[in-house]
Write a protein that binds this ligand. Structure first.
Ligand code: PLZ
Length: 458
């Protein structure tokens, strides 16, 4: 039961910012740990890259065999401020030395309040706001639905096709994709209605008509099939994450937000993946000047510690009776200390600006690549949240096999890339916002070589 090489377990930005392969991927120690994993961990919990981590920081992940991989995933958009960010680590250590838990509902502490104050400050809109803190993104989304239902006295919930909102029973029902998230796990929660998403690449009327036609279709379906007066909330990711980094065309989300406002429907922006600087704004809603009634956050909020929030209009949030919201660990003091440090880091290092610059580098590289590779069917994203959708050339047919093969080739060459998409044919890039630009360039050299090594078919 010996833990692998504790001497290597110092991470943070001082780690050499380099790609370094000293063994095959996975190396012998990772292979040994994978065997232990298989014998002890449930099969349903997957592993994208078969290496075990010893330390991470800046733009790299160092494995237990001494390989240094470029991190193009940020633990799914979590370590925006960098892994083992020294300021976050120090805040965690200090708080852990003071107290680790009391339960905010039993004996409160300042950190929780301070995080809610910061959320009121950094989220869109200057109206009066309140927040409640939770442990995971899914839990935040569930609570947004609870709050919207109490505040409106209505029950129906509207979500968009290709959307992802979590893996709990209610959020599975909100999530569009069946495999792997829902298969066999039903029955699902009732009163959930899925409407079309404005997906420019795949909109039958073409990308130009997409925003207008999709908004009209959504509004028609709500009024015709559900009845606007029955709808408590509409939940939308301002850029869809797991669905494949689908950026709604300009005007689509504002049209839905306006329709919600006119019909007493709570507009919930799920900014769990897009928040905290990721897209080159504090929150992705800002790209179109949208002020959501409620906003769900998690991931990037606390530099890697589990924390999530619902933030929104005071009159909605305060509609819930005393004791109606909570949980043993929600707003844990150590996670709150991490969040305060992470938010300060985003601000003091202008990581929002950094996300924009990383995005420009990535989009430039990917557009150049798309011009030479007929299998790259779409390049899209905002800030440090960009993706390519791989197709069989000349068609809209998803090329999942190539996507999987390219990702695996990148992993073997020491670049952690993630896939996404309803059809599993999207390569997505989510570097930490502290990624050094030369390292980002090297990651794209590897990605480009992998795409060349696995050419498109069909
Ligand atoms: N809403 C928009 O992106 C989490 C899921 C990974 P939790 N996305 C990563 C996986 O396979 O489980 C996510 C999201 C959006 C909600 C969630 C859910 O957040 O913290 O994973 O519960």
């Amino acid at each position: 039961m010996v833990l692998a090489d504790p001497a290597a377990a110092v991470g943070g930005p001082d780690l050499p910012q380099e790609r370094r392969l000293v063994t095959d991927i996975p190396g012998p120690r990772s292979t040994e740990l994978m065997a232990r994993r298989s014998a002890a961990v449930a099969k349903g919990v997957s592993a994208t890259v078969p290496v075990f981590v010893a330390a991470a920081g800046g733009g790299v992940i160092v494995d237990v065999d001494g390989n240094s991989l470029i991190d193009m995933g940020s633990g799914i958009a979590v370590v925006n401020v960098g892994n083992a960010n020294p300021s976050v680590s120090a805040a965690v250590a200090d708080q852990a030395a003071a107290f680790t838990h009391t339960c905010f509902m039993i004996t409160p502490y300042e950190g929780y309040v301070a995080v809610c104050e910061e959320l009121a400050r950094v989220t869109p809109g200057d109206h009066e706001k309140r927040s409640a803190l939770f442990n995971s993104g899914a839990e935040a989304v569930e609570n947004a639905v609870k709050i919207a239902r109490v505040a409106t006295g209505r029950t129906a919930v509207v979500v968009l096709d290709h959307g992802y909102h979590g893996r709990t029973n209610l959020t599975m029902a909100l999530t569009a994709k069946n495999m792997p998230y829902k298969q066999g796990f039903g029955p699902f929660a009732p009163e959930i209605h899925r409407v079309p998403m404005a997906y420019p690449l795949r909109w039958p009327g073409g990308p130009e008509a997409c925003a207008r036609e999709a908004a009209a279709e959504v509004i028609d379906q709500i009024s015709k099939n559900i009845g606007a007066t029955n709808v408590a909330c509409l939940i939308a990711e301002p850029i869809q994450g797991e669905g494949g980094f689908i950026v709604p065309p300009k005007g689509f989300l504002p049209a839905l937000a306006d329709y919600c406002a006119a019909n007493g429907i709570v507009f919930v922006a799920d900014e769990i993946q897009t928040g905290f600087g990721r897209t080159g704004r504090w929150f992705a809603c800002e790209h179109e000047g949208i002020v959501p009634d409620l906003i769900t956050t998690a991931k990037g909020i606390a530099g890697g510690l589990p924390l999530a929030a619902v933030t929104g209009r005071a009159e909605l949030m305060d509609a819930v009776h005393v004791g109606g919201l909570g949980g043993t660990y929600g707003g844990n003091p150590v996670a709150c200390a991490a969040a305060l440090a992470a938010i300060a880091e985003i601000e003091s290092h202008d990581l929002v600006g950094a996300a924009g610059r990383l995005g420009e580098v990535m989009l430039t590289r990917l557009h150049a690549l798309a011009a030479r590779d007929p299998g790259v069917g779409d390049v899209r994203g905002r800030g440090a949240m960009v993706a390519v959708e791989l197709l069989h050339p000349g068609t809209l047919e998803p090329d999942m096999a190539r996507t999987v093969a390219v990702a695996a080739a990148c992993h073997r060459q020491g670049v952690v890339v993630l896939t996404a998409g309803t059809y599993g044919n999207v390569l997505r890039f989510l570097p930490p916002l502290v990624m050094p630009e030369p390292l980002l360039g090297e990651a794209f050299d590897v990605i480009e070589a992998a795409l060349q090594a696995v050419p498109p078919t069909g």
